[in-house]
Design a protein around this ligand. Structure first.
Ligand SMILES: Cc1cc2nc3c(=O)[nH]c(=O)nc-3n(C[C@H](O)[C@H](O)[C@H](O)COP(=O)(O)OP(=O)(O)OC[C@H]3O[C@@H](n4cnc5c(N)ncnc54)[C@H](O)[C@@H]3O)c2cc1C
Length: 458
């Protein structure tokens, strides 16, 4: 049901006409994320600038039972911010202030709409950084809400591990501030971790205090080629089990390597599975010894090429190429949409899931670009297709379904870092069993009228 005019006027009254829109171009911009999921228009978009404004907007929506969907930068890959029931989108992008940097405590207070790349630019002058990196230009609020992680989670943790304190607007407009500025606490239930990964269904996060890390003065990287994906993935789990502590351990399958060669000028890797390894630290000699151990493990597993001694510039280009893989895949198939698979398994099961994914693609004659943050057992496999070509799309869905179900059967998860959104709702029961009932009770308790990002997660 569209928002009644009287409520539209009251909502506009909170932020003023310049920060409120019912115009079709703004509605369209807030109807779709970066996924293949069908767009859905909201009825209105508001751009609040303060927690108080968010609270007033949500209070009015709760009174009118109007759906409210928070919006960060819309870079989700599972339809997470698509306002499937219409209503109001609250776009947090104008809440983009870095409020306070406390370098001695390694902490920063930010508004939810700060883009993490902008935050890291600012923090650089203090020798600090916020390690989670989803590649896309995501907001900190969106990263908390999706519990984003990325390439460095293996060493520094995911977003949820780095939250000290949150300011959250609940469904009735009440403002709470869970968490503490202390590094340690055993006081009460951990509400910060409840809101992390809650995808806007429990409350709207307006401010966040993050724990930061010092920028490591030294790094050492290597690129290793293997004849088969099985060798590469077995090597990754062995490196982790050997007690080494890499800052990144990425797997890139053969087809994805071909695209890096095609779309970059700098690289011409053998067309074979690759592993990127990186160490961060203060002591170059110590890291060189670690890398030597990695070399031994790789060679024992049949590595065909081990390239270490990569300079600062080449390393930056290497990571750019890795981040740009998503774009390279889109460029390779103009007009088609990606179905981006994201699963994670216990590290010892990595070779099994990679072999299963390869086998599925071969069997069904589909190219699946396997790559991922393999050091944390997290594998992605975008496949391209046209959602209107029902027969091919059904094959992609079948592959997605089989791979996710297999990951869960191995003790893994339907989503390593992209969240549930629309795409992974169907696996919640399979993955969580009767814990799902508890999640639903929490949702009911915090949002009894069901206004917050309705139609998602459950
Ligand atoms: C090319 C590409 C690569 C990616 N790689 C990675 C990766 O490596 N690792 C990774 O983790 N992710 C990755 N992502 C996914 C995405 O970037 C992350 O999930 C990111 O955290 C989304 O942030 P956002 O600001 O765009 O949030 P949005 O997409 O706008 O929203 C995310 C969800 O959170 C809710 N939400 C947004 N803001 C708030 C708030 N303030 N309070 C409450 N709820 C809110 C929304 O309703 C939605 O459900 C990638 C995306 C792309 C396009």
């Amino acid at each position: 049901m569209p928002i009644p005019d009287s409520f539209l006027q009251r909502l506009q009254g909170v932020v003023g006409p310049k920060r409120f829109s019912t115009g079709i171009s703004n509605l369209t911009l807030h109807s779709k994320d970066e996924s293949f999921h069908a767009p859905h228009l909201p009825d209105a978009v508001a751009w609040p600038k303060s927690t108080g404004e968010v609270s007033q907007l949500v209070r009015i929506c709760n009174e009118g039972k109007i759906p409210v969907t928070p919006w960060g930068a819309g870079t989700s890959l599972e339809g997470n911010p698509i306002p499937v029931k219409g209503g109001l989108v609250i776009d947090l992008q104008q809440m983009n202030k870095i409020l306070e940097i406390r370098e001695d405590d390694l902490q920063v207070d930010v508004q939810a709409g700060v883009v993490f790349k902008d935050l890291n630019k600012k923090l650089k002058q203090y020798g600090l950084f916020f390690p989670p990196d989803p590649g896309a230009s995501a907001t900190i609020g969106g990263m908390v809400a999706n519990n984003a992680s990325g390439i460095r989670a293996i060493k520094y943790g995911a977003t949820k591990d780095l939250i000290q304190q949150l300011t959250v607007v609940l469904a009735d407009g009440e403002i709470i501030r869970p968490g503490t500025l202390s590094f340690k606490t055993s006081s009460g239930l951990d509400l910060c971790r409840l809101f992390a990964g809650s995808e806007g269904i429990l409350g709207i996060i307006t401010e966040i205090t993050l724990r930061l890390t010092g920028i490591p003065p030294e790094f050492l990287s290597a690129v290793v080629s293997f004849a088969t994906a099985k060798e590469a993935s077995s090597t990754i789990s062995q490196i982790i089990r050997s007690g080494l502590s890499p800052a990144a351990l990425e797997f890139i399958g053969k087809d994805a390597v071909r695209l890096i060669n095609k779309y970059t000028e700098e690289f011409n890797f053998p067309e074979a599975p690759l592993v990127f390894v990186e160490f961060h630290g203060t002591n170059r000699e110590g890291m060189a010894a670690d890398l030597e151990l990695v070399r031994e493990i790789c060679e024992e597993n049949g590595a065909s090429r081990f390239e270490a001694g990569i300079g600062r510039q080449a390393r930056a280009k290497l990571w750019d190429a890795r981040y740009n893989l998503h774009d390279f895949i889109l460029r390779e198939y103009p007009g088609l949409e990606p179905m981006a698979i994201d699963t994670a398994v216990p590290i010892s099961k990595l070779p099994k899931i990679v072999a299963f994914a390869e086998e599925l693609c071969k069997e069904r004659g589909i190219i699946g670009y396997i790559f991922g943050h393999a050091g944390s057992g997290n594998i992605h496999m975008p496949m391209m297709g046209n959602p209107n070509d029902k027969a091919t799309w059904a094959v992609l869905e079948e592959i997605n379904h089989k791979l996710v179900a297999f990951a869960i059967s191995l003790g893994g998860t339907a989503t390593g870092e992209h969240g549930v959104g629309i795409g992974k709702m169907q696996y919640m029961e399979l993955e969580h069993g009767n814990s799902l009932k508890v999640m639903k009770k929490i949702k009911k308790l915090l949002d009894p009228r069901g206004i917050l990002n309705p139609g998602k997660m459950f």
